[in-house]
Design a protein around this ligand. Structure first.
Ligand code: SAM
Length: 250
């Protein structure tokens, strides 16, 4: 997969060199290009923003640097053989970023991120590129960040771990919270590792039983308990047929 990020803070994307994403890059599973938007400004102050039409506080990112940057990135990508680009626009007014969307994006060969600053990017930029490419306006949560770079890191990490061969064990995300299936919206329950007793605290006995059926049932019960406590809204989105008598008594 190819990833391009256009930003006024390229250094903010340094974490893309470490851990899972960094390793995926080193193995050639992810081809990442970070671009400085100011490289497409032509005045002495490298201006990327201006006052908003209609008045009001804050500044708006200008059309020209973004248009020139995106045209260059697209031309470069096509030239190197990349295809089917999609624009990922972080914005608090976008659709919520979910595991389902992470799966959808992980199936695309080329993502181009446009993290903004100030009050965001002049709308005409998105309208222009939406005539040529799929544009995903994505929010990582109901809060407002100072800029979209942190959102790029979030989306990239969620997508990268779904790419074939990136996680050491391909089964690792099968039991994750939000994993697909009839109980798709359950959160994962608690997890434990050695030692079996820590500061007088035991691990649940069933986990030592070696009985796969009982362990699976316990995990499911815990997932249901945790989801009911923390995200009751998710329970409503599960397939009702997936619940049995014991679930309903909980
Ligand atoms: N005025 C904008 C609004 O209220 O929708 C907020 C602009 S915010 C200060 C600057 C930039 O941070 C946004 O354009 C976007 O790139 C990024 N950003 C802020 N919150 C975000 C969120 N929840 N999800 C994704 N990106 C976000």
């Amino acid at each position: 997969m190819r990833l391009d990020v256009v930003t006024i803070f390229p250094e903010y994307l340094e974490p893309l060199n470490v851990s899972l994403v960094g390793k995926a890059r080193a193995r050639g599973q992810l081809n990442v290009h970070v671009h400085d938007l100011r490289g497409w400004t032509y005045d002495r102050h490298n201006t990327v923003d201006d006052t908003p039409y209609g008045g009001g506080p804050g500044m708006v990112m200008k059309t020209d640097p973004w248009g020139d940057a995106l045209d260059t990135v697209l031309a470069d990508g096509y030239e190197s053989g990349a295809h089917a680009p999609a624009l990922i626009v972080p914005t608090p007014s976008g659709r919520p970023f979910t595991q389902e969307l992470a799966v959808e994006l992980s199936e695309r060969p080329w993502l181009i991120f446009t993290p903004a600053r100030y009050e965001g990017i002049d709308r005409r930029v998105m309208d222009e590129y939406a005539t040529r490419l799929p544009v995903y306006e994505v929010s990582i949560g109901d809060y407002v960040l100072a800029g979209g770079e942190a959102a790029v890191l979030v989306v990239t990490e969620a997508v990268a771990r779904l790419l074939p061969g990136v996680l050491g064990n391909a089964e690792s995300h099968r039991d994750d919270s939000f994993a697909p299936g009839a109980m798709a919206n359950l959160l994962e329950g608690p997890v434990y590792t050695k030692p079996p007793v820590w500061r007088g605290r035991d691990i649940p006995e069933v986990l030592l039983s070696g009985h796969h059926g009982k362990i699976a049932r316990w995990r499911r019960d815990e997932a249901l308990k945790r989801t009911t406590a923390n995200r009751p809204d998710l329970i409503e989105r599960c397939d009702p047929k997936a619940f049995d008598k014991k679930d309903r008594e909980m």
